[in-house]
Design a protein. Structure first.
Length: 363
């Protein structure tokens, strides 16, 4: 599948296909007929599992390849890592003709994207994402960044890639929990804008969880389509792009209340989607049946870490989130499967109740 991300001044494509990794060299050659060197930013585990296949494919099309390895984990999505990687590029003699490859999960994508946007005032980058989150979310849209102690993603840029190569087969080596956590974001895409994707995940859950190649290709492809459409319409996140935050308002609050250590991001978003569905039903934006369907489909993807935090504390985090302006909390709420709406006047009591409900679901 070929999906265009239509941004200014130059759009690009995301290619999604099982086995694509082995064609990376040729696909890069099409875009960069005369370049010589590429630098692969990655983490040890990805290099160990998939590095040889990538290197072989690049060598076939006369790419001179250098691996630039960073440590894995959100903790290393930092300015220190950026500095270390830039130093390695310089030592290896990378100049402005170098092509950077982001080869890893969202952490690698965000750091490598940032590096590409500032090293020698800008290099071309191609994303080859290797986690569910990176394949259907982080690699599309050009947001880059690193964390500060004061908060996540506080420093960053917009830097669109030249190409995104998505090979769902690479998900076969992903730890189970990481894999499932990413699927909630696919379900999210279904609620936001694709009833077909949503039903597909409901109906073919077992096969998807078993990581059947054709299923993953479909689920990732449809999710990328949705994100590409939203990003193309709203490159710099002014309005429409906000709908991608379905489940993220309460999700972020749960993550921050637990110091980002207890939930994986997608798991917190899963709870956030359940809560948003409850809120939507309570204030009659949607009917009970739709809200329950969203809750059921989410919880059916597997056991989630329990919600044990105090609802009032979660509400407090919500109101102090960096995306909250003037204390007004925006909720993305479902109207029906495939259609959401941004609402900013949800009564506090309704929010509190919905969070309380999560504790009940957790028992
Ligand atoms: N830029 C964006 O628009 C955007 C969107 C969503 C998320 N993000 C960012 O993405 C990050 C989360 O990404 P993530 O969930 O991919 O986490 P991650 O990059 O930390 O990857 C998760 C773990 O899986 C390992 N791994 C990666 N690929 C593997 C493979 N194929 N086989 C085995 N192990 C593998 C990684 O080393 C890591 O330990 C966050 O920092 C988030 O802020 C950015
Ligand atoms: Zn998310």
């Amino acid at each position: 599948m070929r999906i265009t991300i239509a941004v200014q001044p130059r759009g690009y494509e995301a290619l999604i296909e099982n086995g694509l990794l082995c064609h990376a060299g040729a696909l890069l050659r099409e875009i960069f007929p005369h370049r010589k060197r590429c630098f692969v930013v990655t983490v040890p585990v990805v290099r160990r599992r998939w590095g040889l296949a990538l290197q072989a494919s690049l060598a076939q099309r006369r790419w001179e390849t250098t691996f630039v390895v960073m440590r894995q984990g959100e903790r290393h999505k930092s300015l220190a890592t950026l500095q270390a990687l830039a130093g390695k590029l310089a030592e290896a003699g990378a100049d402005r003709d170098a092509v950077l490859l982001a080869f890893g999960g969202g952490v690698v994508g965000d750091v490598a994207g940032f590096l590409a946007s500032v090293y020698m005032r800008g290099l071309d980058i191609v994303h080859i994402p290797t986690t569910v989150v990176a394949q259907l979310d982080a690699s599309i849209g050009g947001k880059t960044g690193v964390n500060l102690r004061a908060g996540k993603n506080l420093i960053g840029t917009f830097h669109q890639p030249r190409l995104v190569l998505i090979d769902p087969q690479m998900l076969s080596t992903l730890p189970e929990r990481e894999f499932r956590s990413g699927l909630y974001e696919a379900l999210k895409c279904g609620v936001i804008g694709s009833p077909e994707l949503f039903s597909h995940i409901e109906n073919r859950r077992e096969r998807i969880l078993a990581r059947e190649a054709a299923e993953l290709e479909y689920v990732i492809g449809e999710s990328v389509k949705l994100k590409a459409a939203v990003v193309s319409a709203d490159e710099r996140e002014t309005g429409l792009r906000r709908i991608l935050n379905f489940g993220h308002t309460i999700g972020h609050a749960l993550e921050s209340r637990t110091d980002y250590r207890y939930f994986l991001h997608g798991e917190a978003v899963a709870w956030g989607m359940v809560a948003a569905a409850t809120i939507a039903a309570t204030i009659k934006k949607t009917d009970r049946a739709t809200a329950e369907r969203i809750g059921r489909a989410t919880l059916a993807l597997g056991a989630l870490p329990r919600v044990r935090v105090n609802a009032r504390h979660v509400l407090h985090s919500l109101q102090s989130d960096k995306k909250t302006k003037d204390g007004i909390v925006h909720f993305v709420l479902p109207r029906q499967i495939g259609k959401v709406e941004v609402v900013n006047d949800v009564p506090k009591a309704v929010v509190l109740d919905a969070i309380e409900q999560l504790r009940v679901f957790s028992r």
